[in-house]
Design a protein. Structure first.
Ligand SMILES: NC(=O)c1ccc[n+]([C@@H]2O[C@H](COP(=O)([O-])OP(=O)(O)OC[C@H]3O[C@@H](n4cnc5c(N)ncnc54)[C@H](O)[C@@H]3O)[C@@H](O)[C@H]2O)c1
Length: 323
């Protein structure tokens, strides 16, 4: 089989990144990862994420900070087709505590990636944006044309700012910036700071879980394989300019249902301790995915019941010694 295009994936050792890289390699792309293995959560988990692919002949791993991308000699003049820019610190809540760190990393990473693309004549950037940019917009399900957005956290504000910088990049002839607004991604290898993972861990170990709000908040949970299908489809979508796509399942699942699904799959009862809602988080997220369906042929395949079973199966196999 002949080798395909070269794709640069920033944050490729993370949850979404490692799945994206795995898929790209099976599709015979050449892949370069830049990841600095930051300690937002254990770097050992990120190394483990790559254990099945690390020796793949079409993969090159560069352990480096993406903000310093212009100093990476190995990346000069090597004909990169596109950049999938996932590197960021992801925590909505943490961004309220230390917004400066989020500017330093998330905004500067995006600026560095764009400047690098310009210097190397790379025309295409696919950017990981977030459902959080919609804040608590009352018009649901949210579609990409909604304006007057009021993100609730610094993390979300900076995602929106990165989209705006991307739009400027895309205004140059032949350039393309695709902003994918991911909605609550879950599945095997998911980030340990995310509620679903923390709840699974606590329920499995018979510990109480802390539920913020009364359980009626809802999320449009999206299974990792569907997100990856949307990313891959974006590589093939080559209309120049700026585009935004919601990548979601298109369904709103109340928190309390998520907890029941975990209980069922883990065959354990949750003990819930209810605490006040976090102001920086949307009360509910729900996406209109018609644009991605029509333009990217994005058709999410994993329903919530099957997805949560797959997540719990993975969790039990990797974390519980008695299974
Ligand atoms: N997981 C979700 O539900 C979700 C939802 C919306 C948006 N996103 C976005 O998707 C992207 C990936 O998220 P994830 O859940 O896989 O997170 P993750 O933390 O697992 O992955 C991010 C990776 O980026 C790396 N990184 C961070 N800063 C870096 C830097 N300066 N240089 C190089 N590498 C750096 C980290 O080491 C990590 O491996 C992020 O941009 C996140 O904001 C995720």
């Amino acid at each position: 089989m002949s080798k395909k295009l070269k794709i640069l994936v920033t944050g490729g050792a993370g949850f979404i990144g490692s799945h994206a890289v795995e898929k790209l390699l099976t599709l015979n792309y050449q892949v370069i990862i830049i990841d600095n293995f930051d300690d937002f959560y254990s770097p050992a988990i990120k190394h483990k994420n790559l254990e099945n692919i690390i020796d793949h002949p079409n993969l090159q791993l560069i352990a480096h900070d993406v903000r310093d991308i212009h100093n990476i000699k190995a990346l000069e003049n090597i004909n990169i087709h596109s950049i999938i820019h996932l590197a960021a610190i992801p925590g909505v809540r943490k961004s309220g505590i230390d917004p400066k760190q989020f500017i330093n990393i998330n905004i500067e990473s995006n600026n560095a990636v764009i400047a690098f693309a310009q210097s190397q004549n790379i025309n295409k950037i696919i950017f990981a944006s977030s459902s959080s940019v919609y804040g608590d917009h009352p018009s649901q399900p949210w579609h990409e044309e909604l304006d007057n957005l009021h993100p609730l956290s610094p993390y979300a504000r900076y995602k929106l700012e990165c989209e705006h910088t991307g739009e400027t990049f895309a205004s140059t002839a032949n350039n393309q910036f695709i902003s994918l607004r991911f909605f609550s991604v879950y599945g095997p290898r998911m980030r340990p700071d995310l509620a679903m993972y923390r709840f699974a861990e606590k329920i499995a170990n018979d510990q109480p879980i802390e539920v913020y709000g009364n359980g009626s908040s809802y999320r449009d949970y999206t299974y990792i394989d569907d997100i990856i299908a949307g990313i891959i489809a974006s590589i093939h979508y080559d209309k120049h300019g700026f585009d935004i796509f919601n990548l979601a399942h298109g369904e709103n699942i109340p928190l309390i249902n998520m907890i029941s699904a975990l209980e069922k799959s883990l065959d354990k009862k949750a003990r819930c301790k209810f605490l006040p809602k976090f102001e920086e988080e949307s009360a509910g997220t729900w996406a209109d995915i018609q644009k991605a369906k029509n333009t990217l042929s994005y058709h999410p395949k994993t329903d919530f019941a099957s997805g949560i079973k797959a997540f719990c199966r993975w969790y039990k196999q990797t974390h519980l010694s008695n299974v």
